[in-house]
Structures are given as C-alpha cells and as structure tokens.
Ligand binder design. Structure first.
Ligand SMILES: O=P(O)(O)OC[C@@H](O)[C@@H](O)c1c[nH]c2ccccc12
Length: 391
C-alpha cells in the first residue's frame, strides 16, 4: 500500500491494515497481551479514540511509559488547540502513542509522516528537542537563581518611542544577523559586538540579536557578549519561543525584550508568556503575519508591541505591502485606541520602503539584511533612512 508507514513487528505481535480511521487509512496492530482497564483521557479527541477502541486493554506501564504517554497526550492537545486557532505549525512531529500504552491495538495514522511541512515547522521541531536538552542541563529552579545576578532590564518600548519623537522617523531595531535559511550567509566577517556598536553609533534605538544557532547562525553567547560589552541600546532576543523556560534564559543572558511568534503560539501561551515577560521586566514583541493572527493578538490584553512580519516564514515570500494591509481600517483604529506600537519587520531596504511603512502606521522598524550587509553598518543605517539619524 502506497505511503504507509513502515512498522517493526515483534514476536507475538501481528498486524493488519484497516480501511480508515478518522477518514484516514490506519494500521491496527494486535498485541498478544493481558487485559487491564483502559485509562480515561481528559482530552476529547483522545476520549473519542478510546471509545472506538473500548475493548482495548493495556499492560501496566512503568513510570517512564506513563511520562511518555502524558507527553504524547499534551502534544496532541496542543496541536488540537493550535489548529482551532488557525495555527498551521504543529509543535511536534505527529508520532503515535508509545507502544506499551495502547495494549493489543496500536494505531498509526497515515498522514504526512514525520516530515515538517515547511521551514518554520522544521525550526520549531528542532527547537523542541534543543530546549528539552537545555532544560535538562539547567532546570528552571537553577535558572531562576541566575536571575538574581542578571543585569537590570532597559526600557525597550520607551527607547523606540523616544527615537520616534526625536527623529520623526520610525525607531530602528537593528538586527545582528549572520545568516538566515532564506538568504544564506549575509556577512562572512561577523563580529557581533562590533556590529552592535556600529548600529548604536548609527542611531539605532534598539538591537535585535538572533540566538538560534542551527538556522540563523546566532547564539546566546552573542547576546551576552553584546550586553556585557556595554552597548546601551536595549536588546531583543530573537528566538523561536515555545516554552516559558526560554524567556527566563533570555533574561539571564541580558535580553530586554523577547519575540513571541503568533504563527507558533496559541492565544493562551501568548497570554501567559506576556505575563511572564512583564514579571521579568521584559518587553514582548508579538509577531503576526496575517489578518487572522493580528485579530487573535488584538484580542489579548496587555500587549504593547506588535510586529508585522512582511516575510511569510512558511514560504519566505516578502511583501512590504503586508504591513499596510494589516493596518488598514478597523484594525488600525483599534491599534491606535490601544496605544500599541507597531513594528514593520523584514524586507526594508530603502528610504522609500521606510516611508511606505511609516505612512501605513508603524512607529518602529526591524531591519537586518539591508544594514548588516554593508561594510560599515553604521553608514548602512544612514543609507536606509536617507539621512544620518544619529544626531
Ligand atoms: O533581514 P530582514 O529582511 O531585514 O528581516 C529582519 C527581521 O525582520 C527578520 O530577521 C525576522 C522577522 N521575524 C523573524 C522571526 C524569526 C527569525 C527572523 C525574523
């Protein structure tokens, strides 16, 4: 049968294919094991699945198995909630339940398998593994202790507002960016501290530091180095946040603000993470790319800063008219009412581009490629705005 997942069989286990499960082909595996009562799940989807398999029995699981099961259930639940909010990015690969759990029958759905659907999903799956490893090395309790010695946070939003009123132009968040999956290496001779200093000299209000290693060739060491070098611009930790642990970590490494991506995080996560940011004195830049994400974010209380990404992180397409589209009509009105600062992100190269997004309503811009590529990034800023904004 085409596209079916390969299965390892063990002695005493026979399997056959059944025509469909939730309208998708599935395998039904029979295990020859003793019967035990089935645990009831709190999650509707899992309950439904369980009632279909009422006769299923299971072996006694060890503690490790129970944990795996819980993780799987939570993963299923997260994906379900996310889907209901129009989030296409799945947090984890759609693996089946642990073998010992299901008892005599094991379902393996035929879906897109364990292959990420796009680059953002790939990054998120990789991040999931990365964060688990980092957390193991430094659990939250240990991390919280480090915060006592972390440098104080600086006012990220205040700095953007001040720059805007000083220059009459959008406040600049200049990005320390070595590479990206869409553009490859942007700058070979990459000295993060030197670049940060040049940006500051050129009049940047704030800096953004990419910390993702695998896809953007950034690091938390870069963030820490820039902070300890005495750069005064407040720093945005540009990360793919999927777990609140990362927010504490960013704070410990000297961040003043952190990015939260609405394409990845369900509403409740954003709400909860924004609260954690407030508690830690960090600004949260909540990034959206389309109307649905914007509407979701506008429905969440306490958001001060919204970034409109002109780049679609699933396809890499860049279109700066996206900023304008998302600020038109009632959305723009609501944003002004709520006094939210909007940041125009990505694909800005010329003074005309900056003027265009300013006209659309942004009070800040986030720029990487066009300035990091210049041999002198300080001059790159003057080129971007069409004048020296450091004065
Ligand atoms: O290099 P650009 O096109 O000027 O873009 C900068 C910034 O907007 C972009 O790096 C970015 C916006 N949102 C992100 C989320 C993750 C990683 C990177 C990004």
């Amino acid at each position: 049968m085409e596209g079916l997942l390969s299965l390892k069989t063990t002695p005493g286990v026979s399997f056959k294919s059944i025509p469909s499960f939730n309208n998708r082909p599935a395998f039904l595996i029979r295990r020859s094991s003793m019967s035990l009562p089935l645990r009831r799940s709190n999650f509707p989807a899992i309950r439904a699945q369980q009632s279909e398999t009422e006769t299923i029995s299971t072996e006694r699981e060890g503690e490790e198995d129970a944990l795996k099961v819980k993780e799987w259930e939570v993963g299923m639940f997260q994906n379900e909630v996310a889907e209901s909010q129009g989030i296409r990015i799945r947090r984890r690969p759609p693996t089946g339940p642990p073998l010992h759990y299901v008892g005599p029958f094991e379902f393996r759905l035929q879906n897109e398998g364990n292959t990420p659907r796009n680059i953002l999903e790939e990054i998120i799956w990789h991040k999931d593994t990365e964060v688990s490893k980092r957390k193991e090395k430094k659990p939250l309790v240990a991390l919280k202790k480090l915060l006592d010695n972390a440098p104080p946070t600086r006012d990220f939003v205040g700095s953007l507002k001040a720059a805007h009123s000083r220059t009459g132009l959008p406040g600049l968040i200049a990005e320390v960016k070595k590479a990206s999956p869409s553009r490859g290496i942007l700058r070979e001779d990459f000295d993060p501290v030197e670049i940060a200093r040049a940006y500051e000299k050129g009049g940047a209000a704030c800096l953004s530091v990419l910390t993702d290693e695998k896809y953007f060739k950034g690091s938390f060491e870069n963030l820490e180095a820039i902070r300890t070098a005495g750069v005064k611009c407040p720093l945005l930790c540009k990360e793919f946040v999927i777990d609140a642990w990362q927010i504490y970590y960013a704070r410990a490494k000297g961040a003043d603000a952190i990015l939260l991506i609405a394409a990845v995080l369900p509403d409740l996560d954003i709400k909860y993470m924004v609260k954690i940011c407030k508690m830690l004195g960090l600004a949260a830049l909540v990034e959206v790319h389309d109307e649905r994400e914007m509407d979701r974010v506008l429905g969440i209380e306490g958001i001060e800063l919204i970034g409109i990404n002109n780049r679609n992180l699933e396809t890499f397409e860049v279109d700066i008219s996206n900023t304008k589209k998302l600020l038109e009509g009632e959305r723009g009105q609501l944003i002004r009412q709520k006094d939210i600062i909007v940041v125009g992100e990505s694909g800005l190269f010329t003074p005309e581009d900056v003027a265009y997004v300013q006209e659309a309503g942004v009070k800040a811009v986030l720029v990487g490629e066009s300035i990091v590529k210049q041999s002198d990034p300080c001059k790159g800023i003057a080129g971007l705005f069409g004048k020296d904004i450091s004065l």
